[in-house]
Design a protein around this ligand. Structure first.
Ligand code: SAM
Length: 197
């Protein structure tokens, strides 16, 4: 991420959770269930932000699993740490996951509300696929809404690099790039695309 992009998230961090209208508990649980989160899994939550997924992931993977949250914004991570430091099976790392290596292998790599912020989406997914996935691991690109909602948010604010395509279009693009891809859910309220090792 650029310094300007990091500064944007640092500044908005204290207000982030109060602006959240889509990642409500039943929706988050449904998405994580559709993503196949199970006890004992090692999950990597890239762009964890203030950690909206972490309490749910922590509970769902249980004491035998582990969740690693990664974000480059210290402001977002400070909020995340404040809310989630009591979760014993969660650890946080401050790094740019597009340019810095990530230690370990994961059963599930989540990009939740993060994909439009990637500078090098295909190269980043390739590296995650090759280096961070355990055998039979999966990468999930998910949103609690459709691409129209995402693109409206970005229209007058912090612009992403290009509009988010529909889940079907993104899956086709990723398949053309050589990833075994499928659409798990696609509606006004759900957007889940999966890459499987
Ligand atoms: C739109 S927010 C979503 C946060 C969280 N997943 C949620 O749904 O509330 C995007 C987050 O991804 C982080 N991010 C984007 N690109 C990143 C990168 N290359 N490395 C680390 N963090 C990144 C930003 O700092 C920000 O916290």
């Amino acid at each position: 991420m650029t310094a300007d992009e990091i500064a944007f998230f640092d500044k908005i961090a204290p207000r982030w959770d109060s602006m959240e209208i889509k990642s409500l508990p039943p929706k988050v649980r449904l998405i994580l269930t559709l993503c196949g989160v199970e006890p004992g899994m090692r999950v990597l939550d890239l762009g964890t932000g203030t950690g909206v997924l972490l309490p749910y992931l922590s509970e769902m993977v249980g004491p035998d699993g582990h969740v690693t949250g990664v974000d480059i914004s210290r402001g977002m991570l400070a909020e995340c740490e404040r809310k989630n430091s009591h979760l014993g099976n969660v650890s946080l790392e401050c790094k740019d996951f597009e340019t810095e290596p990530i230690d370990g292998k994961f059963d599930l790599v989540l990009l939740y509300c993060v994909y439009p912020h990637l500078h090098y989406p295909i190269a980043t997914l390739r590296r995650l696929f090759d280096e961070s996935l355990a055998p039979e691991g999966r990468i999930i690109i998910a949103f609690p809404n459709d691409e129209v909602f995402v693109n409206n948010i970005h229209a007058d604010k912090h612009a992403p690099h290009e509009p988010l395509p529909s889940a079907t279009s993104l899956a086709a693009r990723l398949a053309a790039a050589g990833f075994p891809t499928r659409v798990v859910a696609e509606s006004e309220e759900l957007y889940i695309v999966e890459i499987e090792k």
